[in-house]
Structures are given as C-alpha cells and as structure tokens.
Design a protein. Structure first.
Length: 191
C-alpha cells in the first residue's frame, strides 16, 4: 500500500452520533471521502450496499481476512464482523482525497498505530450512557437483543476515550459538528 494522504478516524460507542457528525462533515468538505467498510451484519432498510457498507456473508468476509485484504478488522459484536479494506483507502487516496473512518474503538486505535503522523483520531462521546440508550431507542434500528449488546459494549468503549487525540462531547449536535469541523480543518491545514 502506498502511504499517502491523511486519515481522520471517528470512533465511539454505537448511538453516540458519529454517523450523523461524519455525514455532515463530509457534506461540507469536498476534500474528504468516507471509507466504506465491509461488514457481515444485516443491512438495515435505509442502508445501501456499496454506499453505507459493503455487505458480505461471513464466508466472504473470512476469505478477505485470509487474503490479508483488510487494513484492520474486528468481530465488533458476536458473529458480526466489520473491516476496512486496504483497497478502499487506496481508492480514496488515488482520487486525491483524505479518508474519513467510522470504526469501533479498537479499529480506530489500530489504524492510528499504523499511520501515527498522518492520522487524527477523534472520539465522539455521548453526554451519558442513559442518553446513549435514548438515542439508540430513538433511532429505532435495533432489536431488543442488539440494543442490549450495544449498551453492554458501550461502557467498555467509553474507557478508551483518553487514548484518542481529541474527545468531542456530542450533547448539542450543531455545536459538536462545529467543533469537529474546526479541529479537522486545522489538522488538514497542517503540513
Ligand atoms: P452512531 O453512528 O454513533 O451509532 P448515529 O449518528 O446513528 O450514531 O446517532 C444515533 C441517534 O442519535 C440518531 O437517531 C441521531 O439522529 C441521534 N443524534 C445524534 N446526535 C444527537 C444529538 N446531539 N442530540 C440528539 N440526538 C442525536
Ligand atoms: P453499525 O452496525 O452501528 O453500523 O456499526 C457498529 C460498530 O461497528 C460501530 O462502532 C462502527 O464504528 C463499527 N465499524 C464500522 N465499520 C468498521 C470497520 O471497518 N472496522 C471496525 N473495526 N469497526 C467498524
């Protein structure tokens, strides 16, 4: 892989608002492009294959692991694999754009470690675990079981916040977006 370009990594417990923030950030900056991850989880009704994720079967996913196609991958929830394909990052750099990731905390720190000086790792923190639960319920995308899995994992994930370059508390969305845009723009301007 040719190492070129910058990487902006967003991690947070599910429901913190990182997808919302990442979409708004990318909409407002044509130099940024979203790294579409591969996953073996089921597609949600509003999602599109090749836009939100590359949706793969577990076997397809495992074949990519064996072929070393991933920059990183994780079994984020039991039997639900997520990973960043090297080809995806290269595709974006070849376009002359900088890459934005929405990955779990372990994946985020893993990418940061591989590209320490080229990357900015941002942790999106919900104001509290109760608010996180309300947001996941409000989003209405999770089954009872999946909600339970995400909430159980959230507490552990929150303990990783201090390992990131920046923590943004997503209480008021517009304020969190503004703060994110400012920090990312400063990072992009740095030589
Ligand atoms: P994630 O990608 O971290 O799982 P989402 O971006 O899907 O989270 O956000 C989870 C839910 O919370 C969505 O329904 C979103 O509209 C809502 N949300 C995001 N940020 C805020 C906020 N600051 N205040 C209230 N609701 C929010
Ligand atoms: P969701 O199912 O809500 O879309 O995502 C669940 C979790 O998987 C989120 O924390 C999301 O950031 C993470 N995730 C998405 N893509 C990747 C990836 O490529 N690698 C890793 N490690 N985590 C990912």
């Amino acid at each position: 892989m040719n190492k070129q370009g910058k990487l902006i990594i967003f991690s947070a417990p599910s429901g913190s608002g990182k997808t919302t923030i990442v979409h708004r950030l990318i909409q407002g900056n044509k130099n940024l492009s979203f790294s579409i991850s591969a996953t073996s989880r089921e597609k949600r009704p509003e999602e599109e294959d090749g836009k939100d994720y590359y949706f793969l079967s577990v076997d397809e996913f495992k074949n990519h692991c064996i072929a070393h196609d991933f920059l990183e991958w994780e079994e984020v929830y039991k039997d639900q694999f997520y990973g960043t394909l090297k080809s995806e990052v290269q595709r974006i750099w070849d376009f002359g754009k900088q890459v934005v990731f929405d990955v779990d905390v372990i994946g985020g720190l893993n990418i940061k470690k591989q590209f320490p000086s080229q990357s900015l790792a941002i942790f999106i923190q919900p104001p509290s675990l109760d608010i996180l639960k309300d947001r996941l319920l409000g989003r209405g995308t999770e089954s009872e079981e999946s909600l339970k899995k995400r909430l159980e994992k959230a507490e552990k994930e929150m303990s990783y916040a201090s390992k990131f370059d920046v923590i943004i508390i997503n209480e008021h969305l517009d304020k969190a977006i503004e703060e994110t845009q400012k920090i990312v723009n400063q990072f992009l301007q740095k030589k």
